[in-house]
Design a binder for this molecule. Structure first.
Ligand code: GFB
Length: 306
């Protein structure tokens, strides 16, 4: 990817897209095409067609998506399926029509079967039933993977798909109903500390295991793969370590300095029991995550709340 290449980052105001933009800017890239969702509705086929016809980007990072935590995924099933399919279909198809040199599609670790062996290897895709709380989102993401693979097979397009693990970091969503677990816990512990509360409510049983990656590590991996990976198979992006939701809650509690107790609300869903990426493929290509969970949470907490 030449330094003056024309790069379109779809979703540049989201957590993942904005981190990719920061990373590329730091590396000296400056020829970006960027549109907010008010300027370009990616669900609108003719608008996306006109945008590609006018701008003709050379490289595309497809980081635009409707995202959310377990409750949002479980509640807004139609929106997660419809909006994500429309966004990705429009961008992937127009990237083919307008001869984009390379496109990267960002998927998710929830594409793997609920009860797949751990750690999750890339070849476990479509080997079993999905976790029901995020089935709509996962099916849209699997369709995106298959779009990239099919356009490569039929039309020779250099479209690649990468699967990030659970992300957190700058630009995250802190809405307690719609967010993922980590930003929700940071906010809950912080507010409980300020209000001298005796406890913080943690959803589910606390036993599910999750892996968390800082979005700046994700952006680093995406730019690395955009430069170094041209194969049809998907690639996991993760840190290779997980912890239970209870352990995560205790870590956030310690970082925030809250002294009360945890209370588990078991009326809320646990989701998939474990989701840990096998990262051997990206590690063997020469990339490794570098931000520890503790340092990452500390930085996010200090920047956002202190
Ligand atoms: O991060 P999260 O919402 O999504 O929840 P998933 C992870 C775990 O944390 C679940 C528990 O077991 C939750 O019950 N949890 C505890 C909480 N307290 C809270 C809280 O206050 N808020 C939230 N949100 N969770 C997502 C998918 O699954 O993973 C998306 O919904 C996406 O599709 C993402 O794939 C990567 O890890 O279960």
């Amino acid at each position: 990817m030449e330094k003056n290449a024309k790069i379109y980052i779809a979703g540049h105001r989201g957590m993942a897209g904005s981190a990719i933009l920061r990373k590329l800017t730091n590396e000296g890239y400056q020829n970006f095409v960027l549109k907010t969702s008010n300027e370009l509705d990616l669900r609108n086929q003719s608008a996306v067609e006109a945008f590609f016809e006018q701008e003709k980007p050379e490289y595309v990072f497809l980081a635009a998506a409707k995202v959310g935590g377990i409750l949002a995924n479980n509640t807004y099933r139609a929106d997660f399926l419809y909006e994500n399919l429309m966004i990705q279909n429009n961008i992937i198809h127009q990237s083919y029509v307008h001869n984009v040199k390379k496109l990267m599609f960002l998927g998710s670790s929830c594409i793997y079967p609920k009860l797949a062996p751990q750690p999750l290897k890339e070849e476990y895709l479509l080997t079993g039933e999905l976790e029901s709380t995020n089935e709509s989102y996962a099916i849209a993401k699997i369709a995106g993977i298959k779009m990239c693979e099919s356009y490569r097979l039929q039309y020779n397009c250099n479209f690649i798909s990468v699967m990030p693990t659970n992300l957190y970091g700058e630009g995250d969503n802190y809405d307690l109903q719609k967010s993922h677990v980590l930003p929700a816990l940071i906010r809950k512990f912080h507010e409980a500390k300020l209000q001298n509360s005796h406890f913080v409510e943690v959803w589910g049983t606390g036993t599910p295991l999750r892996e968390f990656m800082n979005v700046d590590d994700l952006a680093d991996a995406c730019v690395f793969l955009m430069k170094n990976y041209d194969q049809p198979e998907i690639v996991n992006i993760g840190v290779g370590e997980d912890l239970s939701i209870k352990e995560l809650a205790l870590l956030v509690k310690e970082i925030v300095g809250f002294t009360g107790e945890l209370r588990f609300d078991t009326s809320k869903p646990d989701g998939t029991p474990r989701k840990l990426m096998d990262t051997s493929k990206i590690n063997n290509l020469g990339w490794k995550a570098s931000i520890s969970l503790k340092d990452g949470i500390k930085k996010v907490y200090e920047t956002k709340f202190l």
